[in-house]
Design a protein. Sequence first.
Length: 516
Amino acid sequence: MYPISKDPNREHIPIPGSQEELNIFNELQDAFRMQFELIFPDRLARKTILILPSLTLNQEILTKLKGHIYYEERLLCLLMLLRMPETEIIYVTSMPVDPVIVDYYIHLIPGITGFHARQRLHLLSCYDASHTSLTEKILARPRMINRIRSLIDDPSSSHITCFNVTPIERTLAVRLGIPVYGFNPDLLDYGSKSGSRSLFKKNGIAVPPGFEYLKSEQDICHSLVQLKMKYPGLQKAVLKLEEGFSGDGNAVFTYPVLAKNEELTDIMIRQSFTYHLKVIAENTSIPQYLDQFSRMGGIVEAFIAGNIKNSPSVQCRINPLGQSEIISTHDQLLGGEDAQVFLGAEFPANPAYCHELAETGLVVANALCKEGGIGRFSVDFVSVLEEQRWKHYAIEINLRKGGTTHPFLLLQLLTDGNYDSRKGTYKTASGNERFYLASDNVVSQAFRGLTPPDLMDILMHHDLLYDSSRQEGILFHLMGALSQYGKTGILCIADSKEKARGYFEKILRILEIECQ
């Protein structure tokens, strides 16, 4: 546990989770409304942004994600905010970010010299590569907290932006005395698998048939039997851990073939797990998964099948003034067992249904707004084409900056454009339409040993750096994961989806050739 004392700059520190801490946090969040209204619209206003890319998620599941510590680099896209000449950015990571990567992002900032941007960028590191979340690492280091506090010139014009907000981010906000642009941890249940389903059903949004708030193996077996009884033609069901993400908390159950007049029972389900339950996460056995389910809880829902099936998502934002808006729509690219693993996304989503997604997203946003929610979130769907019409099933709410957040942020900050949720189109400030393909999961054994400087050499040699004059090209993230894991992220921006795909295929070919 992190210490709650030995802070020489504070006479008294509220106990984490105490009513006193909650009251202080709520006061900070209430004051954030005025900051948002008066300071945010002014690009010349002095402000400080603490970027906290901590993946404060279930560590047992997170460790299954290869190179997860480098996912802290995904929010480096927010360095584009340094284009506002009076804005200071504090960026904290577990381990230092390679200067080549920092230089790469600073080079992209429009209208500001690199020298000017660097003067206002403060990079801090805990020098701690352990599996503990970044926020816990900071809280365990009072001197780091003091260092961050010393860089905050005026708390009334400062805020924290996070990957996600949990009680420990709330504790850090109180320790620093600045608000968070994100969801109050009291609303975290809405981001769980069960909480998402409950909110969808309460607001008349279609969900796959299933059961939520399950706690045990017995609950799983009973729910699988009930699903099959109600939907005899059902062939598969999906088990999901409450805190699972990127598909790694899922398992797919294939129903056994029954003999004529044979009745499915809870015992039969339990005995069939060995052959009929497939866990998505690597190196996780069925007993281990069922143990996780019993400890974390989860849901069981029908596997939605279809000859033509997509997995779109809609990104929404609720600002501190209580205003909801649709930020973007994507068609997610999924892989792995029964397409349960998030690989990437194409933007924008299919024009045949992006407006419908936006309408549903607003329903969810307004429901969360009534609960006091602020910040970015996304809603994932499974969509099936049935009789020339798309049928959408809401799957989950992600109260965090997910895999579709940073690509869109980078596009928007580079082009000053906006997404029209009614037309399903994105146009730059100059009125040109843009599309992209993005992936966090570009992996090859051939890429292992490739360092960020090596990657920069390859990009420059093949003239593959993003072209700001055309507002097109290829951008990289997660570069720090290349050498050890052979893994990186790619964003390909173009004036058509076909061209963006072409960029993606081209860079993969070049990397494979260069790494032979």
